[in-house]
Design a protein around this ligand. Sequence first.
Ligand SMILES: NC(=O)c1ccc[n+]([C@@H]2O[C@H](COP(=O)([O-])OP(=O)(O)OC[C@H]3O[C@@H](n4cnc5c(N)ncnc54)[C@H](O)[C@@H]3O)[C@@H](O)[C@H]2O)c1
Length: 385
Amino acid sequence: MAYSSTDFSEKKKDAVIDTNRKIRVGIVGCGWIAEAHLISYLNCPDVEVVAGCDLVPGKAKALLDRYNLTDAKTDYPSHKEMIDDKSLKLDAISVCTYNCQHAAPCIYGLQNGLHVLVEKPFTVTLDEAVEVMKAEKASGKVLSIGFQPRFDANMQMIKKIVESGELGKIYYIQTGGGRRKGIPTPLGTSFIEKDTGGLGALADIGCYSLDMVLNAVGNPKPLTVTGYKSDFFGKDPNFYPGHPEYAEKFGVDDFAAAFVRLEGDIILDFRISWAMHMDTAGDTLILGTKGGLKIPSTECWNGSVGGAMRIFHDVCGEPTDTVVPILPSGEDLFLQKVRAFLDAIKNGTPSPIPSSQIIYNQAILDGIARSAELGREVTIEIPEI
Ligand SMILES: NC(=O)c1ccc[n+]([C@@H]2O[C@H](COP(=O)([O-])OP(=O)(O)OC[C@H]3O[C@@H](n4cnc5c(N)ncnc54)[C@H](O)[C@@H]3O)[C@@H](O)[C@H]2O)c1
């Protein structure tokens, strides 16, 4: 299955991009999402994709050849050899590896003076994220984490509504998302094996739900977590017609839930599913003292708003609800996330999606996994970086 996108170089006509200085990019991990990064870079006239690497021999070359990048170098057995090749004069890397291989290429890239755009989730564990941030701090380079929904006008509207004060003081958030049958195996098993995915639905799509609400309410620090995760569907051979062996390989969660206390007296009630006997795990609700916001979930949760939002509030003492219609999300969100990363490099401006915010997301994912394994509430402690 190839990643498809529109050619939006036409739509970017108005933006003035200095093409005198080309940013030399290498792609680490040339699987499915790497193609989305590549297409976006090809739509940026100030980028040269000069290399790619993958653990699977020939995979990087096959991807880059498909886009006529036949001069790009690809004969590297892993990220290390590509980053070590100083003849490439790399400025930046896109880390498009499976979750368990996010931290190592990020750290090695930053230690070697490269800017890094890493796919979501940031990492698998909180400890890994902290190590990446230490390397980021020592390098002074741009590290951006690939949450493209941040560029969606509807996601931005959620944040604007909260920041406007329309909802008053926020005290309770319900979020999460659900897929009825959505264990991501059509392209192989890298999402469902413990050694590659690390975490399942919790990290894969749970990170989007968390980012939607954490970003909206100003990224409060998580304090404690009571978490649960299960794997009833993932472990069932009947779940995978034609591939019963996937059940044996399944080593992550297909459902997770949690009760999280956030700084500022906010409760976060969370659930996420790759598979369940239910149409939705619920819409996102943000309750405040002056109003409540309901954000419809989508059928196949991937971090987008599922329909018109509604604000429930009193007008002249009468319960009233105001519809916030869906806004056009504008040009390709992937291009926007890549472009924002490139602009931060070129302009010396802060990372568009900084680790200092996403560390809280990661701490919650880590806390849920730890709490689920221990069977009790855990405290979240994030070391000084
Ligand atoms: N932002 C999005 O919309 C979105 C969508 C899908 C996937 N993703 C994320 O992208 C990541 C990759 O997903 P995918 O579907 O492309 O997975 P994939 O399994 O198709 O591809 C990952 C590739 O990385 C390679 N790899 C692993 N470690 C490596 C290393 N150290 N050096 C070089 N190559 C290495 C693997 O061999 C594999 O080919 C995941 O973290 C996933 O969560 C993001």
